[in-house]
Ligand binder design. Structure first.
Ligand SMILES: Cc1cc2nc3c(=O)[nH]c(=O)nc-3n(C[C@H](O)[C@H](O)[C@H](O)COP(=O)(O)OP(=O)(O)OC[C@H]3O[C@@H](n4cnc5c(N)ncnc54)[C@H](O)[C@@H]3O)c2cc1C
Length: 397
């Protein structure tokens, strides 16, 4: 296996191509846009930076964010301070730098749309306009809106989220995230170097685009984010079911899916950039080892078991109730009142805490968290009780 075709030059395809070319493979990356402003928040968490430090160290323009404000459906607000910054790129810059690295490693980068892949024969055949090209192996990195699936199932509506948003010509220093009542998804504002990416994501099976647009406009009005001069975007985002992660075929004899095409996205946060980079990297390692069939097992060990665990708590997180209130609202109230819980959630949002060990950490800290919450509430009651007579004295005066 020497000639590799990569369809899609986003993070997954560019990373896979770079790794293979560095090991001496002859790699051609086809992308219909090359570096473009793909609808995205552009946020890279700590686990992405730890695995790929050049994303922090390189000279490319990016914004480092250390505060995240969480807003409940009832308007409670809590702020997280991150030990490790979230690094936010414009996607034109991020895709551009990854493609540059791939090219420097020896990849041929071609601006073309691939219309069809035939993986029936010994070699894969790609149709590109009027032309046909062949490759020993084809990496399908064409994102979530992808119909180039040789021998596997399509993603269902229940595996997808709809996203709508605006690139807004404004500046901010922190990320804002708002949850809505009975809504599987959230609203966000992500500051980039010279604009904001503001948007909403919601389950495609449960919510309509009109509903999303109404919530988005209400959020922007509440947060005083003007739509003047803003550029609208919409896209789909995988939000895989457990069955999709565990059973969908992602590799065949001469093809494999990576990134969004394989639905490797966190079903709670919508984080996909890390999984796109990592899956591209892991597929390249399996091919270089001469064992492409081992790719799913490598992914499972690296992150898909964690994503499967996340699918089991995603619905409970967005729709469940805890102590008589919505889970997200209680989470925000606990963050406000408990420094221990606040530190834990900062690690979750910053990408330093995985889901599999989250439950253990929650239980281990449960006593301290509850003591801090009760202590904070008692202090508040005492302060209120103290201020009440003062107010009544003032009133009497
Ligand atoms: C609104 C929104 C906000 C998001 N915010 C974040 C975030 O803040 N942080 C995060 O980690 N993740 C975020 N994500 C997820 C993230 O954008 C994706 O997980 C990531 O882009 C996946 O990378 P990829 O390389 O698999 O696919 P893509 O980035 O989608 O790249 C696919 C590439 O394939 C090309 N292509 C498609 N079809 C063809 C074809 N037929 N022929 C040739 N080329 C083709 C496209 O031009 C594209 O460049 C967000 C997603 C959305 C929709």
């Amino acid at each position: 296996m020497r000639d590799i075709a990569v369809v899609g030059g986003g993070p997954a395809g560019a990373m896979c191509g770079e790794r293979l070319a560095r090991s001496g493979y002859s790699v051609t990356i086809y992308d219909e846009h090359l570096a473009w402003e793909k609808p995205c928040g552009g946020g890279l968490t700590h686990k992405a930076i730890k695995a790929y430090p050049f994303l922090l160290d390189g000279p490319y323009p990016k914004k480092l964010i250390r505060t995240v404000e969480l807003i409940s459906s009832k308007g409670h607000r809590a702020q997280l301070t991150l030990d490790h910054p979230i690094v936010i790129y414009s996607r034109t810059v991020l895709n551009g730098l990854l493609l540059e690295r791939a090219e420097a490693a020896g990849c041929r980068v071609v601006r073309s749309r691939v219309n069809h892949i035939d993986a029936e024969g010994e070699r894969a055949k790609l149709t590109i306009g009027e032309n046909r090209v062949e490759a020993d192996f084809v990496v399908i990195a064409a994102g979530a809106r992808n119909s180039l699936l040789p021998d596997t199932s399509r993603l269902m509506r229940s595996d997808l989220e709809m996203t709508l948003g605006y690139f807004v010509p404004a500046q901010a220093e922190g990320i804002s995230v708002k949850f809505l009542r009975g809504f599987e998804g959230y609203l966000w504002s992500f500051p980039r170097c010279d604009h904001l990416s503001v948007g909403i994501c919601g389950s495609m099976a449960r919510h309509t685009s009109q509903e999303l647009r109404r919530h988005l406009h209400a959020f922007m009005a509440e947060e005083r984010i003007s739509r003047d001069g803003a550029q609208f975007y919409s896209h789909v985002l995988p939000s895989p079911q457990q069955q999709t992660l565990s059973a969908r075929r992602v590799v065949g004899r001469n093809w494999a899916l990576v990134g969004d095409a394989a639905a490797w996205v966190d079903p709670i946060t919508g984080e996909g950039l890390y999984y796109a980079l990592r899956s591209g990297d892991l597929l390249a390692q399996a091919v270089i080892a001469g064992k492409p069939r081992e790719y799913p097992a490598r992914v499972r060990k690296a992150f898909s078991a964690d994503l499967e665990f996340a699918t089991r708590i995603a619905r409970r997180f967005y729709r469940g109730r805890f102590l008589g209130g919505a889970v997200a609202t209680r989470m925000i109230q606990f963050i406000e009142r408990s420094p221990t819980f606040r530190a834990l959630m900062a690690d979750v949002f910053g990408g330093a805490q995985d889901y599999c060990s989250l439950k253990r950490r929650l239980w281990a800290q449960c006593g301290t968290t509850l003591a801090e919450v009760v202590g904070s509430l008692t202090k508040r009651q005492a302060a209120l009780a103290k201020s009440a007579p003062a107010t009544s004295t003032e009133n009497l005066q």
